[in-house]
Design a protein. Structure first.
Length: 93
């Protein structure tokens, strides 16, 4: 579903299935499943996030990798990239 210029309160959404343009989300549950995030000029306030599906598998893999010999270095590199300024220029390499 596409939302434009709305304030949405106490609802649940898949942020990689629904699209939001110039919205305000208040006390919502936001689920991320691994797809493209569609929050365009949208503000979140007191929202909770859950990671599910392919995104949950990625988190589980990184947790596993972090506990293997040499894997922590890779995870640290990824975390460093995550903490750098966001640029919606395309996929992360």
């Amino acid at each position: 579903m596409i939302y434009r210029n709305e304030t949405l309160t106490d609802k649940s959404f898949d942020v990689d299935a629904d699209e939001f343009y110039d919205c305000k989300l208040v006390r919502c549950t936001l689920r991320y499943n691994g797809g493209t995030i569609n929050l365009h000029d949208t503000v979140t306030n007191e929202c909770g996030w859950t990671i599910e599906g392919a995104a949950r598998s990625t988190v589980d893999f990184l947790r596993y990798l972090n506990n293997t010999s040499g894997g922590r270095f890779v995870v640290d590199q990824i975390i460093s990239e995550i903490r750098s300024p966001y640029s919606p220029s395309g996929p992360v390499n």
